[in-house]
Ligand binder design. Structure first.
Ligand SMILES: Nc1ncnc2c1ncn2[C@@H]1O[C@H](COP(=O)(O)OP(=O)(O)OP(=O)(O)O)[C@@H](O)[C@H]1O
Length: 386
């Protein structure tokens, strides 16, 4: 969808901001460009919508060389979100969001209707916020209007330059989560610039780690954290990359243990095979749990003695969320459910299983490295045999 072919940008003063860059972003993919200040991320991004022209090489958007597309027409196909949102100060939130579609010829009433839908989508109730002016919003709310406005013309591509950089860490995390949810439904092709490795791994399907004007590694967050390509990347992702891996490794059904299970309308069993059992409803959805102590000493149905389960997560949630949920509820295990199928119980994750899951993902990367070693050896063998 977006393809860089040997792109170089040299500014007039001789600074080479981007040096022979080649990479590709697939349709519907979110790629984060991450690296220290001044490494060329913004320059890379601005060449896509021709705010900056490359010195050499070319950039293709859906197969079209962008240098041959009229910049105005090009920018219609590309939403752009920046840190200083640049909302029109004298227009209401609703009008700010509706302006671009209206300029593109959508009737005013329809543009405003669509703007209201988008505000809703980014978590701003149009009835509450639609008539406010930008200076009557918090920083986080302004960022959301920025995202809604960028989506208003329904462009297939979004360029986002540190869009959540100006808000505090708590709001930032909330905006990131909301944006991820939004992206799941709109599936835009996104190039997202950040200098924050946490943000890059949380949001990116793949991340491009920039050195000076070059990409040092371009891979999934899990591989970049598990197998940094070189010392520069290892240094940039940080010594705590093992911890960061927790946030990019999902809970998988194979990670779960199967504890004893009882159903709500069962009579309370006398003996349990363990210290507790998970309680399910008639459709096998998670309800709660009972302890062996209760079952030994009391009578009646499970329903009368079941306690609600608070420590649970959907399958696919991150190991970091799992760990955090265990700590929050001081729980020795958490239940895992399939939310796409009501809340069907799948099993429980224990600290030991969590540890195994983390090792499983590290081992998967280690296998890749081992394969690469084998390839090199084979190559050595061939070269040596000559
Ligand atoms: N108009 C310009 N003229 C000369 N040099 C420039 C110009 N714009 C950017 N540069 C230089 O190009 C290099 C890359 O800048 P760029 O803004 O792309 O980096 P960045 O990775 O986005 O940095 P930051 O995270 O600080 O925004 C830097 O050395 C910068 O000083």
């Amino acid at each position: 969808m977006i393809r860089f072919e040997h792109v170089t940008k040299r500014y007039d003063d001789g600074t080479t901001a981007v040096d022979d860059l080649s990479f590709e972003v697939a349709r519907g993919e979110l790629v984060t460009l991450v690296g220290p200040s001044g490494c060329g991320k913004t320059t890379t991004m601005k060449m896509v919508n021709r705010l900056i022209e490359p010195t050499a090489g070319r950039i293709l958007l859906d197969g079209d060389d962008v240098s041959a597309v009229d910049p105005v027409e090009l920018r219609r196909r590309i939403g752009y979100v920046i840190q200083q949102v640049g909302l029109f100060p004298h227009r209401t939130v609703l009008d700010n969001t509706a302006t671009v579609p209206h300029l593109l010829g959508v009737k005013r009433a329809r543009a405003r209707e669509r703007a209201a839908e988008l505000l809703d989508l980014v978590g701003l109730d149009p009835a509450v916020f639609g008539d406010r002016y930008p200076d009557q919003l918090s920083g986080g709310q302004r960022q959301r209007v920025g995202v809604a406005r960028a989506l208003a013309a329904d462009p297939p591509v979004l360029l986002m330059d540190e869009p959540f950089g100006a808000v505090d860490p708590v709001v930032r995390e909330r905006l990131q989560n909301e944006f991820l949810r939004l992206q799941q439904s709109v599936r835009k092709t996104v190039l997202f610039v950040t200098h924050d490795i946490e943000e890059a791994v949380r949001l990116g399907d793949r991340i491009a780690v920039f050195g000076q004007g070059r990409i040092e590694q371009f891979d999934t967050p899990s591989t970049v954290l598990g197998a940094p390509a070189n010392d520069y990347v290892a240094d940039f992702v940080g010594a705590d990359r093992g911890l960061k891996r927790l946030s990019v490794t999902p809970i998988e059904p194979g990670d779960l243990e199967q504890p004893p299970v009882v159903h709500l309308d069962d009579p309370l069993p006398k003996e349990l095979d363990g210290r507790w059992a998970v309680v399910l409803d008639a459709d096998d959805n998670l309800h709660g749990w009972v302890s062996a102590e209760h079952t030994r000493t009391r009578t009646g149905t499970v329903r009368e003695h079941a306690r609600r389960m608070e420590a649970w997560l959907p399958v696919g949630a991150s190991l970091k969320q799992a760990f955090s949920t265990m700590l929050q509820h001081d729980a020795g295990w958490i239940a895992v459910v399939d939310e796409t199928d009501h809340s069907r119980f799948l099993g429980v994750l224990t600290p030991a299983r969590l540890h195994e899951a983390l090792r499983r993902s590290t081992a998967a990367d280690a296998r890749d490295i081992a394969r690469a070693d084998v390839d090199l050896e084979t190559l050595d063998g061939v070269v040596g045999g000559r």
